[in-house]
Every structure is written in C-alpha cells, then in structure tokens.
Design a binder for this molecule. Sequence first.
Ligand code: FAD
Length: 446
Amino acid sequence: MPAKKTALIWFKTNLRLRDNECLFKAIAENDEVIPFYCLDDQLFQITAFGFKKAGDFRLKFLKESLLQLNEDLRNAGSGLLLLKGIPEKEILRLAKEQGAQTIYAEKEVAPEELTIAKKVAVELLKLDCTFLTYECRNLFHSSDLPFPVGQLPEIFTEFRKRTEKIVPVRTIYPQPSIIESPPIAPLDIAMLNELISSDITIDPRAAIQFKGGSVAAHRRLQHYFYETQAIATYKETRNGMIGERYSSKFSPWLALGCISAKEIYYEIKAFETLHGANDSTYWLIFELLWRDYFGFCMEKNASRYFLRSGNQPSKPADTKEFNDDLNKWINGQTGVPFIDANMTELKFTGFMSNRGRQNVASYLCNDLKMDWRYGAAYFEQQLTDYDVCNNWGNWAYLAGVGNDPRADRYFNIAKQAAIYDPDGRFQRLWLNYKPLENEMRWNSNG
Ligand SMILES: Cc1cc2nc3c(=O)[nH]c(=O)nc-3n(C[C@H](O)[C@H](O)[C@H](O)COP(=O)(O)OP(=O)(O)OC[C@H]3O[C@@H](n4cnc5c(N)ncnc54)[C@H](O)[C@@H]3O)c2cc1C
C-alpha cells in the first residue's frame, strides 16, 4: 500500500475555514492534514522601540480566534494543534513526528514574517518536506493584476483606476464539512491561559466590545449589513468617532483572517442585489482596495517601510528619538484635548477611529517631530486590529516617507476637532467621563 500523504497546515493570519486556499488545497491534495498554529516566542517579547510586540487587547482577540478555529476544526473531524517556541524548531519537530511531506501556509510579504517563513522552509527542506504558500489576505490575487507587483503604481488612485474595473475578485473557497486528520490532541488550553490572560476588561466606553473568531466576525457582518443596514450610510458616517455604527469595525477580524476581504466583498454584492447599490456600498469596497494597496506596497518595498526614511531614502533623518513627549502622547497627556481623547481611547480599548489615527499620527510626526516609527510600534502593541501592512503603510504615508510623498499630510488639529467633534462629545467621553444616556452598544458576544 502506498504511504499516506500527510500535510501540515500552518494557520497564521487566516484563522478561518471558509475561503481559505491553504486549507482547501491541502485537503484536496492529501490523505490527511494536521492544522496547527505556532505561538512564536517573539510575540511575547519587547521590540526595538521598547514596546510589547503584542499587547493585551491583541492577545485576547488572538486567543478567542484560536479557540473558535479549534472548535470549527473539531466540528469537521479535525482540530488545532498549538505549538509554542521558535517556529523553525517547533515546526520541524512536528513535521518529523507526523512524517509530513508538505506544508501549506499563507504567503507573507513583510520582512519579519518572510524571514520566519524562510527559516521554516530551509529546515523543512532537510526532511524533503515541500513548503507551499497561498495568498489569503487581499481582494485581488497578485497574478491577476495588470502589472507585476514590482511595478505597482506609487499612488493609490492610479492603482485603483488600473484595477477596480478589470481585475476579478476570485470566487470563494467553500468551507470543508469534513477534514481527514489523524487524532489531534485536545487544544492545550492550559498553555493558552498561561500565556494569555482572559482577565482583561475593556472600558465600557469602547465603541465596540470585540470578540475574536469567525462566528463573531460573521455576526458583526450580519449586524452591520442587515440588522442595522448601517452600510447604506457608510460614506456619510465613516468619519465618526463614537459608537459601533459609524464604520464597519471589521478590521480586527480581517487582521487575523477570521473573515476574508473576499467574503466581505461578495456580501456587499449580495446586499446591493437585495437593497440596491449606492455610494456607501461602493465606498466600503474602496476602503478594502486601500487595504489591498498597502498589502501590495509592502510586497513591493518590503524592509524600506521600517526605515526612518521609509520609502524615501533621500529624506533627512531629522526626527527625535524616544523622549517624554512620547510618553505624554501615549498616555493622553499632551494638553491637546482632541489628541488626548483619541490616545486615551486607544490605551483603554485597543481601538481608535480612522479619523483619530490620522490626527494622532500627524501630531506625532509634524507637531512633536518624533521618529514616526515609535508611533507605529506603539500602535503595533496596542491595536486589536494590528495588521503589519496597514499599520506601517499608513504610518509611513502620514509621515511623508511612504507612497505618494508629495502630498502635504499635515493635519490642523484644532480645525479637525471643530469639524469632526463640533460639540466636543467625543472629547468629553474620553477626557471627562460621564456615561452617555441611551448610548447604543453592540456586543459581539451576541
Ligand atoms: C496611522 C494609522 C495606522 C493604522 N493601522 C492600522 C492597522 O494596524 N490595521 C488596520 O486594519 N488598519 C489600520 N489603519 C487603517 C484604518 O484606520 C482602520 O482599518 C480602520 O479605522 C478600522 O476600522 P473599521 O474596520 O471600522 O474601518 P472601515 O472604515 O469600516 O473600513 C473597512 C475596512 O477597510 C480597510 N481600511 C479602511 N481604511 C483603511 C486604510 N486607511 N488603510 C488600509 N485599510 C483600510 C480596513 O480593513 C477596514 O476594516 C491605520 C490607519 C492609520 C491612519
């Protein structure tokens, strides 16, 4: 009898069963598969900028997402193995133990993630284990673009114009109902609890109480699209700052891949068929295109996004290192109420609106004249929705060292506060807490 074909499936930021090419291909091409997630030691360390790689909010959301993924895999007859340590060591050990011939993983584009993947591939080569990667993040597949990623336009509008009408969004991979696996040991919940505390309270003022996992992601989508139909007014409300309805809040689930951008895209199309298309339904796709764009930018420019001069090597490095201004910024104590309110929200909830992010980033770069990478590194620690491409790409863009460096990204904070928080409600919420009466709250716990 020929030997069984066994494959490992490395889950990373694609923590879902539906629309997951790695999972789909691995099942189709092998007799049995072993799904796993590796809690990389680096995730629990301090970065070069002095912040945690992942703070409490991110870790809590990750833990919830892993628990959900394990449950979904168990329901299909498989399960999730949890590894902890240095990925190339742990994955090599697992591949040896299981006699795996192939490993299926999400394609990486950012330098740190690429380095880890390369180290794993090198180790697995020693076992003759093939390393296969698939794109799981974007709406567009890189090979469907009308240009090689190396020739990606430097300006978003050009990218959009050259893609949105002609590049197809590939169809969704169905969710497998049965997954053939050898017996998978129960998820090591004790280890998960030891590494990630469940005892994290999110401030009741939070715009939304996030819960990780694909079930909560789809619940949020149902709520935002159908129960409230808030999507139909997204374009008018998206610059808001208070509450769950002004924007989709899909970002944390997208960041860990509990839901895919393609799933959201096709649900927008379904909504349009039922209720009609308008500027708002289009605008949500427009924002997902920004997300794709930052993904492709990272693939094109890789490590340059992590340099102080970013994408613009000729820019002088005249910005300041860590100093007390940074501490004041982090703790919402700059004395500028609009900045302080936003930074307090981030500190206590792990979330901030897009309008807020633009303002606090501009303030750090242009008013405090700090090295922008401290801001990006603090966001990496703090944001529940941290996404390497979106975070470092947006920061570099606002610091004037990313794509489209010609435009002036200076935000006049007083003017912004007057436009986006005219009655000071947002600032009062975070600086002077008095519970708001009749505030609508949505909770993804259901
Ligand atoms: C300095 C800075 C740092 C940021 N860091 C991150 C990050 O780490 N992770 C992250 O997901 N987003 C980041 N963003 C982008 C944006 O602020 C968030 O995606 C958005 O606020 C999340 O809320 P939402 O899901 O309700 O967004 P919505 O307005 O409902 O948008 C829908 C989706 O479109 C995408 N999107 C929207 N705006 C952008 C944008 N400017 N760039 C890329 N994608 C976008 C997101 O996936 C978002 O979930 C950052 C923006 C700035 C200015």
